[in-house]
Design a protein around this ligand. Structure first.
Ligand SMILES: Nc1ncnc2c1ncn2[C@@H]1O[C@H](COP(=O)(O)OP(=O)(O)OP(=O)(O)O)[C@@H](O)[C@H]1O
Length: 289
């Protein structure tokens, strides 16, 4: 697995009220990740930080070990009335971004094909259904070549048919090596296509119960490790639950690890000079939302 996005100890507050506190996680490439949580839990804030629209107060967000990543952002609020056809609208948006006109027209043709919108390209967007408008907004976010597509509540207001079509679209984006992160209120909606679900709960990222391998025993391990020592956890069934700095130049790292992987992880950390603060069976009921 190669890491696409890594959050290291990310904290965000608004007016001294924490939205996220010391969140660490890794997301591999070419995955569809859904972020779920209650209203006001911080889903949009996390998306905006990943999209570079707002900065964390502390911590880091690193893409592909520091390589540049091309990001398309689809905001939650979409304009209701767009008095243009999709081709006109996408051409204007491309010109605003100073994309070369010939390249732009080819790109629009290819997007219309990917989104199955060729037949509708000359109809004014204001006459479109919510799902079709949504597609135009996503196309707009993808006018430049895109490695990562960030979508805030893309399902809101879509009927069942449009949701199914959206699922197919997500699969076709993934087949084109585009990673997707989206927010969603209802995990059931996309569970067939989503690779990873992250739940924001009380300023932390947790994982829904059905994402764990059923009946697989898990351990909770807390290591203390020097701040100067790096580590990378990209094994299956290992998740960073929390990371917290201590006053002594160390950090506490809480992991949820399958029983099967526990010995391997413990060895890895001890080799890096870590000490074990806690190792116990994971009480899932307490841990998950
Ligand atoms: N620019 C801002 N200034 C002050 N507070 C903010 C700002 N942006 C977000 N917040 C607050 O941060 C918290 C998280 O907001 P956010 O929009 O990220 O939540 P959300 O999970 O996306 O909510 P929803 O499901 O309702 O869209 C909320 O309490 C919100 O009021």
């Amino acid at each position: 697995m190669d890491v696409f996005i890594e959050l290291k100890n990310v904290t965000k507050k608004f007016k001294n009220i924490s939205v996220l506190e010391g969140v660490s996680l890794s997301i591999p490439s070419r995955e569809i990740t859904a972020i779920v949580g209650k209203n006001g839990s911080g889903k949009s804030t996390l998306l905006k930080m990943i999209g570079g629209l707002t900065k964390p107060d502390s911590g880091q967000i690193i893409f592909r070990n520091g390589e540049p990543v091309r990001i398309g952002y689809v905001p939650e609020v979409t304009p209701v009335v767009i008095p243009f056809t999709p081709r006109e609208y996408l051409t204007y948006m491309g010109k605003i971004r100073a994309l070369p006109i010939e390249w732009l027209q080819k790109r629009i043709n290819s997007l219309l094909e990917i989104f199955h919108m060729e037949e509708n390209q000359n109809t004014r967007i204001e006459h479109f259904s919510k799902g079709m408008k949504q597609k135009v907004i996503i196309m707009q976010a993808m006018l430049e070549e895109t490695d990562l597509l960030i979508m805030d509540e893309p399902l809101s207001g879509l009927d069942l048919k449009a949701q199914t079509e959206f699922e197919r679209l997500l699969i076709s984006l993934k087949e084109r090596d585009i990673s997707v992160i989206l927010t969603c209120h209802e995990t059931k909606l996309l569970e067939k296509v989503v690779d990873r679900i992250l739940v924001i709960h009380q300023c932390q990222i947790t994982y829904p119960r059905n994402q764990q391998i059923q009946d697989e025993p898990m351990n909770r391990i807390v290591f203390e490790l020097s701040n100067t020592v790096s580590f990378n956890l990209l094994w299956e069934k290992v998740t960073i639950v929390k990371e917290k700095e201590t006053i002594s130049g160390h950090r506490l790292i809480e992991l949820s690890v399958s029983k099967e992987q526990t010995n391997k992880i413990v060895r890895e950390f001890l080799d890096r000079g870590a000490t074990i603060q806690l190792l116990a069976p994971l009480e899932r009921e307490n841990h998950f939302l």
